[in-house]
Design a protein around this ligand. Structure first.
Ligand SMILES: *[C@@H]1O[C@H](CO)[C@@H](O)[C@H](O)[C@H]1NC(C)=O
Ligand SMILES: *[C@@H]1O[C@H](CO)[C@@H](O)[C@H](O)[C@H]1NC(C)=O
Ligand SMILES: *[C@@H]1O[C@H](CO)[C@@H](O)[C@H](O)[C@H]1NC(C)=O
Ligand SMILES: *[C@@H]1O[C@H](CO)[C@@H](O)[C@H](O)[C@H]1NC(C)=O
Ligand SMILES: *[C@@H]1O[C@H](CO)[C@@H](O)[C@H](O)[C@H]1NC(C)=O
Length: 484
């Protein structure tokens, strides 16, 4: 019988220990909570008032202690924001390879086909904001950047609300082509994000040195695209130093939200590029009040070929403009409904350029900044480019920038002509002075038979292309830009 019984000791001791535990818990409960309840339910007695006030003070002290510790910790966080030079001299000899010298400690966010950028605050920044101490216009290694949590910004820092576009370019924001390359990725990023938010300000760096503006052409395009003045922030030295607080002069600026681009168009994919240039084209036409409905020579008129000779003065101008005009005039007259326009680029304001190129199917022009205006032409329009002597051999890849731009913007670059004749170079053949002193600003001659054949080919091709596209081009020139 006994053997059938469960081990008594075990079950008893287990039960008793459970009982013991629950007794203990009950005791604790009774000892602590019940008096508390009693205290709380009878606030008038002297004893309870004393206990209450003690509890109260203890809680306050605890709270003070905790608050103080948090403050101390926060002060440490604020002081521990590390600022590094914007221009990292370790990368100074290879600024274009992979890692740039600009904000070298940070990696880009890379999404297939999209811009290479860094967004703050984000997972990449661990929720921290970007802060920049960047007033130096002459030495990028004297400017600096750091990351700080929103609640623990450096005590001398100023928080700038809204979205800030921060651009660093190896080249020059004032140059049309380079300036355009620096701003287009921001438009790509903006479109990728459903155009939700416009930039409150731009901060521009050139090799880490702050810049106060872009060229007016780029400014106009950005103004058209974002329908707002392009506000360039450069942490105004004069304003700050004349103010009474010198610390605000020394302090960094932290951005509530910031996007940093430092590779120009970088790895932005062709599909995104085409969308960006469609948007720029559409927005600038709207900005310049172009009304395609009433324009009989608009791109909707498939029978017309509009050929524009875009002249320039001085460096890289045609030596004999009237001879060049005669050749193009003759080839244009050969084709029914071909209209030739000769324009002097220096005489055109921004919207004149937009209007002219928007109504041009073929632009023929010497290499130069005025050719950046090709971005205003309809998709699949044509470009003919001319170079003075010496460029093909000495100018390096830089001479192909308009071929690149054409392919990014969906324009047909129909080739170039390099003048074989011109001034000769007195220096040894491979001396860089041949280019910088002689060829760079040379002028362009002409070859009658070559120009005539070339013009004929391009005009005929443009005409065929327009007729072929006549059926599927109904929406071209429509006033609805993407994102608006
Ligand atoms: C608050 O901090 C002081 C000093 O560190 C300490 O003596 C005191 O016990 C703390 N008070 C509480 C309620 O924790
Ligand atoms: C940046 O990328 C490199 C190479 O992929 C990696 O070694 C490095 O740890 C990354 N740095 C940061 C801060 O993520
Ligand atoms: C320009 O070319 C035309 C036509 O070939 C010629 O008659 C004229 O003399 C040239 N002008 C100059 C300044 O060379
Ligand atoms: C441009 O030309 C390409 C190839 O000929 C064609 O597929 C495309 O539809 C054209 N785009 C426009 C906007 O006309
Ligand atoms: C003009 O170009 C043609 C090719 O179209 C070439 O055969 C001819 O030699 C060139 N003329 C001159 C003067 O360079």
């Amino acid at each position: 019988m006994e053997s059938e019984k469960p081990p008594k000791d075990f079950s008893y001791s287990k039960a008793s220990s459970i009982l013991y535990c629950s007794l203990k818990l009950t005791a604790i409960f009774l000892l602590t909570i019940v008096p508390l309840l009693f205290i709380l339910s009878s606030p008038t007695s002297t004893a309870t008032t004393l206990t209450l006030s003690y509890l109260h003070q203890w809680r306050k002290a605890l709270y003070r202690n905790a608050t103080k510790e948090l403050d101390d910790m926060n002060a440490k966080l604020q002081d521990s924001v590390t600022f590094l030079p914007l221009k990292d001299l370790r990368f100074a000899n290879k600024p274009m390879e992979g890692h740039t010298w600009f904000m070298s400690s940070l990696n880009d966010t890379f999404e297939e086909g999209e811009t290479q950028h860094i967004y703050f605050p984000s997972e990449t920044s661990n929720g921290r904001l970007l802060c920049i101490n960047g007033r130096n216009q002459h030495d990028g290694s004297m400017n600096s950047y750091g990351l700080a949590w929103p609640g623990s910004l450096p005590s001398t820092a100023t928080l700038l609300p809204g979205l800030t576009f921060v651009s660093d370019t190896y080249y020059d924001h004032e140059n049309l082509w380079h300036g355009l390359c620096a701003v287009t990725p921001f438009v790509g990023w903006h479109m990728k994000n459903q155009c939700r938010e416009k930039p409150t300000r731009w901060v521009l760096f050139h090799q880490g040195e702050v810049r106060t503006r872009t060229g007016s052409w780029v400014q106009n395009i950005m103004r058209a695209t974002f329908e707002e003045e392009m506000k360039v922030e450069y942490f105004n030295q004069e304003e700050s130093s004349s103010s009474s607080s010198s610390s605000s002069y020394k302090g960094a600026y932290c951005f509530e939200k910031a996007v940093v681009m430092r590779h120009n168009e970088g790895k932005m994919g062709q599909e995104r590029r085409l969308k960006v240039y469609n948007m720029l084209r559409c927005k600038t036409r709207q900005f310049c009040n172009m009304d395609f409905k009433d324009d009989s020579t608009s791109s909707r008129d498939k029978a017309v070929i509009r050929l524009t000779l875009l002249m320039r003065k001085g460096a890289r101008s045609f030596k004999n403009e009237s001879a060049v005009i005669q050749i193009f005039k003759r080839e244009c007259e050969r084709v029914e409904n071909c209209k030739l326009t000769v324009a002097q680029s220096e005489n055109l304001g921004f919207c004149d350029q937009v209007k002219l190129l928007s109504s041009t199917d073929i632009v023929a022009t010497p290499h130069g900044a005025q050719l950046t205006n090709m971005v205003f032409m309809d998709r699949n329009s044509s470009v003919m480019e001319f170079f003075p002597k010496g460029w093909l051999k000495h100018a390096g890849v830089g001479q192909y920038v308009f071929q690149w731009l054409a392919s990014w913007a969906g324009i047909s670059h129909e080739g170039a002509w390099w003048d074989p004749n011109g001034e000769s170079c007195p220096y040894p053949e491979n001396d860089f002075r041949c280019f910088t002193e002689i060829y760079k600003n040379g002028r362009v001659g002409y070859n009658e038979s070559y120009f005539a054949d070339w013009a004929r080919r391009v005009i005929d091709a443009a005409k065929a292309k327009k007729q072929a596209q006549a059926s599927n081009l109904q929406h071209e020139g429509s006033s609805n830009c993407e994102c608006s």
